[in-house]
Design a protein around this ligand. Structure first.
Ligand code: DX5
Ligand code: ZN
Length: 227
């Protein structure tokens, strides 16, 4: 299981300290939400911020590009220190070349899908990716309500992974709290992004620990063993 706090929900007056707080929290990855004001109606931060915080931690940098033209951003983020770069399936005919571009830079590849998009769209790419990001809110803003209608997509992603003997991670992002994280774990997710619940917590370390415990308690593989 991977727990990934999203820097989008951190205190913007002190990014460096917030990265160090995440580093000390026991979380596995740092999730970096990149918004371009076009693919989504909000703007966050760019490769220079990623470059600036890179020396502060050895955490895995999970870069989520919510951008209309990722082809011009993949290399700058790769050079800035991303470990994985995720692009959206809603970019349709661009997806294959984006996947190859990310791979050619030696980075792990993620593919994201928005709540209204049919899960069948990701099917042709499943054997080419390291991670499938099932968005559980419409991207653009932190602190939104979890969309329960996305749960069957997680189940489908998990079923395909099993049937096709693939090993991509199933990541969920948006509206995760101690209740919805359990629902996602039961549906088959293994990688959990959270902004508000984690960075909003006074004690980030305790929040990560609590989330991890809840995911473990709802892990379907462990449930099978108990039977
Ligand atoms: C949504 C972003 C999420 C967001 C999650 O556009 O992709 O990563 O930061 O934040 P919370 O956990 O506050 O919903
Ligand atoms: Zn994200």
């Amino acid at each position: 299981m991977i727990i990934a706090p999203s820097l989008l929900a951190s205190d913007y007056t002190r990014f460096g300290r917030e990265v160090e707080r995440a580093d000390r929290s026991g979380a596995d990855w740092l999730h970096l939400d990149i918004m371009d004001g076009h693919f989504v109606p909000n703007i966050s931060f760019g490769p220079e911020l990623v470059r600036a915080i890179r020396p502060l931690t050895k955490m895995f940098f999970d870069v989520h590009l919510m951008c209309s033209r990722p082809q011009i951003l993949i290399e700058p983020f790769a050079k800035a220190g991303a470990n994985e770069i995720t692009v959206h399936v809603e970019l349709h005919q661009q997806v294959t070349s984006l996947i190859w571009k990310i791979k050619s830079l030696g980075k792990k590849v993620g593919l994201a899908i928005n709540p209204p998009t049919a899960i069948s769209l990701v099917q042709p790419y499943l054997d080419q990716i390291d991670l499938l990001l099932v968005m559980t809110v419409n991207p653009g803003f932190g602190g939104q309500e979890f969309i329960h209608e996305t749960l069957p997509k997680i189940q489908q992603a998990e079923a395909w992974r099993r049937e096709r003997k693939l090993s991509y991670r199933i990541e969920v992002d948006g509206g995760l709290n101690y209740q919805t994280v359990a629902e996602c774990a039961r549906a088959g997710a293994d990688t959990f992004v959270s902004g508000t619940t984690l960075f909003g917590a006074h004690n980030l370390k305790a929040a990560v620990k609590k989330m991890r415990k809840i995911v473990n308690a709802n892990d379907p593989a462990l449930a099978d063993l108990k039977v």
